[in-house]
Write a protein that binds this ligand. Sequence first.
Ligand SMILES: Cc1cc2nc3c(=O)[nH]c(=O)nc-3n(C[C@H](O)[C@H](O)[C@H](O)COP(=O)(O)OP(=O)(O)OC[C@H]3O[C@@H](n4cnc5c(N)ncnc54)[C@H](O)[C@@H]3O)c2cc1C
Length: 465
Amino acid sequence: MTARAVVIGAGLAGIAAAVRLRGAGWRVRVLEAGPRAGGVVGTERLGEWAFETGPNSFTSSARSLRGLAAALGLEEEIVASRPEARRRYVYRGARMHPLPSSPPGLLTSRLLTLGARIRVLAEPFRGDRPPGRPESLGAWIGRRFGDEVVERLLDPFVSGVYGGDVGRLGAADAFPALYAAAGEAGSVVRGAVRTMRQARREAPDAPRGGALWSLAGGLGTLPAAAEAAFGADLRTGAAARTLARDGSRFRVAWESPSGGDEEEAEAVVCAVPAVAAGPLLEGLLPGVSAALGEVESVPMRVLGLGFRRGDVTHPCDGFGALVPRSEGTRLLGVLWPSSVFPGRAPAGGVAMTVFVGGAHDRDVLERPLAEDRGRVLEELGAMLGVRGEPAVETAREWPRAVTQYVVGHRARMAAVASRAAEVPGLALAGNWLAGVSMEDTVASGEAAAGRVLATVGSAGAPSPA
Ligand SMILES: Cc1cc2nc3c(=O)[nH]c(=O)nc-3n(C[C@H](O)[C@H](O)[C@H](O)COP(=O)(O)OP(=O)(O)OC[C@H]3O[C@@H](n4cnc5c(N)ncnc54)[C@H](O)[C@@H]3O)c2cc1C
């Protein structure tokens, strides 16, 4: 049976594209190189404990992701974070500081010196003189709020989202909506208020106050549902090797440990990481592999650690804690999933997810796991009063965990996407095109499917049943 479309890669982007095309009545074949669908999204269960292999949550305004969950029959599985998850900490100077969430909270916070606090509160009233050329996130926030805010707030926040380097990420690349709104408003604070109001207008039914969502059984439920929905049409262990055009049809050759084969289709969605997309696309779009090969990503090690409540002094009463690089810890941050969502730990257990690696620790995966584990346990001891060994543990390694939206990244990717748009029936998707969040990634997959439907649409031959 011939598919009308082949989707290469079954991460969130590929799954979203495949579901949208199937929803339009297309026969879709999905090729996934790994042993399971989901890419970095997955949930590892150890008895009553559940640890996410990659992302832990998504914002409650994530409409595309919610739609994808619904299309896979998972709407009832969506769970909201507990109210206390709004509390976040920054570990600095051997102390856990609650992250201020309001102007009065900022005034009394010890995270910043008094001078820096006053500068933050005065920011909306200070004139803005943008440099007139693309600037890094660090340069932008530094000129508006000063170096202390960059070091103590921006750096840990950016570690949490990108595992990135504030001096290399582009302000307009990493946070485009906020940067644009701040430019219009002449102030980051006023721009942030505008983007929040805009998000509320766009998702009026989303819970207020930064609520997060996940799925009751963990985020891995979503790719598992996609595998079940597509059955034999989603082939795992099948790595696409070449992509060619033959008249109006595409040919995708793939390999698996037990051999290989070729798929023919009217349309292809290429939803693999940028570095993998380069060689696949080079035949159709000569020259793009150089641009795609330069897309940066950072490695990360994710440790899932389950402790007995009595072995942890800190209440872990929030989402988790981030650490500025200046503190010199090995860990970038620690999340407390058992305080955020139900079903992540047995009664009397504290589940923690620890991230190590990122832009300032690119050799992370060359070190033995045992070395990081020992160092992380020591650091958790100092930060949270964790004693003894974890009751359960797991570890996951991602050589290319998060795409880095360095200065100029979006413009370079827009050029690649417009080259792809010259080939009818070809579309690109993934977290390197329009944002790294799960929501942005799902939206990119849906947009790719939309482009395929618009360019090939019903003009192609009907799918043989
Ligand atoms: C540790 C970590 C924590 C994160 N936390 C959050 C979070 O809390 N919230 C949030 O919103 N986002 C988070 N993210 C970001 C988000 O999860 C990712 O950006 C998104 O899931 C990436 O999806 P993707 O489909 O673009 O790529 P991937 O997940 O990388 O999927 C690409 C797929 O393509 C396959 N592939 C590669 N080459 C081939 C080939 N030749 N043939 C066939 N298949 C191929 C791969 O095996 C993979 O399955 C996190 C990411 C990481 C790594």
